[in-house]
Write a protein that binds this ligand. Sequence first.
Ligand code: PGA
Length: 251
Amino acid sequence: MRKKLLLGNWKMNKTPSEAKQFALLSKDMVDNAVANNIDLGVAPTYVCLQTVKENATKNLIVAAQNVHAADHGAYTGEISIPMLKEIGIDWVILGHSERRTYDNETSEKCNAKIKALLANDMIPVYCCGESLETFEAGKTASFVEEQIRKGFEGLTPEQAAKVVVAYEPIWAIGTGKNATKEIAEETIASIRAVLRDMFGKVAEEIRILYGGSVKPNNIAEYMSEPDIDGALVGGASLELASYQALIENLR
Ligand code: PGA
């Protein structure tokens, strides 16, 4: 049985004092999630990671939004795995479509980062998803398959089981045009089939989230689908009240 997971992607929002405020007020929400057997987390910006980690209850997962594959070196502006580990961060989102679009993040780069994270006992949340053009051309399954095959290349089944996948159609992110639960389920089931082909029965253990305009009023629809294990949420994770409402409707 795969445990449900709700992860809030704060993107480039919240200053450290705003993030601290959220963390300080989040205890009841986190307790509620734990009591209902839901893993709950947020992904603040780098400069807010430590303050959220220090001011929230330890049961709140705190994830970075990216990381560099190398441990250290001449990579101006980058952050390494040992830096994250030292402040207690062990989850990292990789390959978000905004990073793929604006920062030349590729599935190959994500593969190197996934391997580095797993070697450090950390959990990658690997994002995939197609553009509106690809969706309208009916090529979603093959496009996402390539992202999955490249991202998971060279992993053992034991390693693959530790990765979380987030399927986020680009046309649904921040647009208010969420994919229907049928579309989300169809693609997520196809991702699980690719993982089954690559890794065998371990595919049944891999958590796959849906993301893209998930709101308190639509999250339950996704959770009713057999292959969808939770959500990666942007806008609706920023305010405590709406995040709380997401948990209420996800249980
Ligand atoms: P959204 O963002 O919920 O604001 O659409 C989702 C994401 O980018 O992870």
